[in-house]
Design a protein around this ligand. Structure first.
Ligand code: ADP
Ligand code: MG
Length: 520
């Protein structure tokens, strides 16, 4: 499916080039209020064992009941991945013992998943794009959590997560570099955040990846893979792949062979470590869960969900390029987060010229915001009508940064003032700083009031500028004599006029006027 790997993407070993092959199994927590088979809450951060029903605690005789909302979200995710939706799927028991799994088995989908093959287009930082095959998406339960650090001699179990719905999204082994793998995970996260099917917050564990890595000589069949379990940040996924590829190349170049095994990524050391070999691999004894009927729905139901999907990032990007003539890069930045796209569209709806709005939003406004944004945490965007200073008013809870955005109407007003030459670009930047600093500026009229108060209005009135220009020309006969021979001197005059107008003169008007006065 992929074009041959560019030579630059190959890894140079001591004995020649190697190609890394990566396939990802992403576990994405379904956005739903209740668990997959019980009515217990899925809310993050509750006291231990407070969101546990008798089903989640696996009390004898309890029966699982499928949560339709989770099914709906899985189908919508599948549609967002351009994947085949299976109208009939089966829940199986995956049997194993672990203290965080009171049932003694996980309910998952094995042979008949709810979603089959699909594909995702991933734009890469270098401008290329790749198509990554999706093998399947299935629904399964999450397990509980062991707490090892609460007591000197005991380990505690928290079952709040027990039974929470996960979507496991399995890619084909189509990825060829850590960059591609990171971009793929970002893209999946973006798509699910548009759909509202997973919040994508890796710090809360809503998205984690099992990373399968192998290496081979270009053109050779796939090598033996190792699977790195449960990597919980995009940066770590990249680091784990880099480390693992080098480790495998080292072994192969020394004449060794790769044992298929499950490994762990140690984020402190930046390395992967063996967890268990294939020989120790579980035999899960999958069988259809006798407590659950096969999951069946109609094509009409799928069609209805399909028609209700929001505009997804690829379509949105294409529209921005066509409708607003934005650059590829700007469109990428805007569509990467649904909140950004919505913000930009609101600025445009409020009359800002699209290219100017995109430029302002990305380079000025987002620049300010991203000082506090962390790459792995998703900014929880509070109603964008309230604005609190980013530097001072942002709060940090459970490692997540909450940013209260300045209203798009206010930023739109600033852009309109620049476009219509009411204020200079320089004043606009100062103005933005103030708007962010002051607090709740949601009303464009408030922005205008600030402009009036601070006397930021640009002087475009030629007669006012003319007086200043005349004075400067009269006071500097030597410079006037020089400028005729050396037109670059014009800059000096422009600077003088800008200075004496307190930076408020319109530079273009000043330029034109000076040229006329100096006979250039
Ligand atoms: P399992 O169910 O045992 O984990 P799968 O065949 O379902 O095995 O593969 C799991 C993941 O491993 C998939 O994402 C797939 O793309 C990836 N994968 C399979 N073969 C390779 C390989 N040789 N190198 C890297 N990744 C691979
Ligand atoms: Mg696997």
């Amino acid at each position: 499916m992929n074009a041959p790997v560019k030579p630059s993407k190959l890894i140079k070993g001591a004995t020649g080039d190697w190609e890394v092959v990566i396939g990802l199994e992403i576990h994405a927590q379904v956005s739903s209020n209740a668990k997959l088979f019980s009515g217990a809450a899925t809310a993050f951060g509750g006291d231990q064992n407070t969101h546990v029903s008798l089903v989640d605690a696996a009390m004898p005789g309890m029966l699982p009941v499928i949560n339709e909302e989770c099914v709906r979200q899985a189908i919508r995710s599948g549609l967002g991945l351009n994947a085949k939706i299976h109208l009939r799927s089966v829940f199986d028991r995956k049997n194993y013992f672990y203290p965080d799994l009171p049932q003694g088995y996980q309910i998952s989908q094995y042979k008949s998943p709810i979603v089959g093959e699909g594909e995702v287009v991933v734009d890469l930082p270098d401008g290329d794009s790749i198509t990554v095959g999706i093998e399947r998406l299935h629904l399964e339960q999450d397990a509980g959590k062991l707490l090892h650090d609460q007591h000197p001699t005991s380990t505690f179990v928290d079952l709040n997560r027990s039974g929470v719905a996960l979507m496991e999204i399995v890619s084909k082994p189509d990825l060829r570099s850590s960059e591609q793998a990171k971009a793929y995970v970002s893209k999946l996260r973006t798509i699910m955040r548009y759909l509202g099917t997973c919040d994508g917050d890796m710090e809360k564990g809503s998205l984690r990846a099992d990373v399968n890595v192998s290496v081979r000589r270009p053109g050779e069949p796939y090598g033996t893979r190792c699977e790195i379990k449960n990597v919980n940040s995009i940066r770590f996924i990249g680091q784990a792949i880099e480390y693992e590829a080098q480790r495998q190349i080292g072994i192969l170049e020394d004449g060794g062979k790769i044992d298929q095994e499950t490994r762990l990524f140690d984020a402190n050391k930046g390395e992967t470590r063996s967890m268990r070999s294939k020989e120790e691999a579980h035999d899960y004894r999958y069988f259809p869960d006798p407590d659950l009927l096969p999951l069946e729905f109609t094509q009409a139901y799928v069609d209805e969900l399909k028609s209700g999907l929001p505009e997804l990032p690829d379509a949105k990007k294409a529209r921005y390029l066509k409708e607003f003539s934005l650059s590829d890069q700007d469109a990428d930045v805007l569509v990467a987060e649904p909140e950004r796209a919505a913000y930009f569209e609101k600025m445009v709806a409020n009359g800002a010229e699209p290219k100017a709005a995109a430029n302002w939003f990305i380079n000025e406004y987002l620049g300010q915001i991203s000082k506090v944004e962390e790459s792995d945490s998703v900014p929880a965007v509070v109603e964008p009508t309230i604005s609190v200073s980013v530097g001072h008013g942002s709060t940090s809870r459970s490692g997540q940064i909450t940013i209260n955005w300045t209203a798009p109407e206010a930023n739109s007003a600033i852009v309109r003032m620049v476009t219509s030459n009411l204020i200079s670009g320089k004043s606009a930047k100062a103005l933005l700083g103030l708007v962010i600093e002051i607090g709740p500026v949601a009303d464009p009229d408030d922005v205008k009031t600030i402009v009036e108060h601070l006397n930021l209005k640009q002087v475009t009135d030629l007669s006012a500028i003319e007086k200043v220009v005349d004075d400067i020309v009269a006071a500097n006969p030597d410079k006037v004599a020089q400028v005729v021979a050396k037109p670059a001197m014009l800059g000096w005059f422009v600077g003088q006029v800008m200075k004496s107008s307190g930076g408020k003169a319109n530079p273009q008007a000043v330029n034109d006027l000076l040229k006329r006065k100096l006979g250039l």
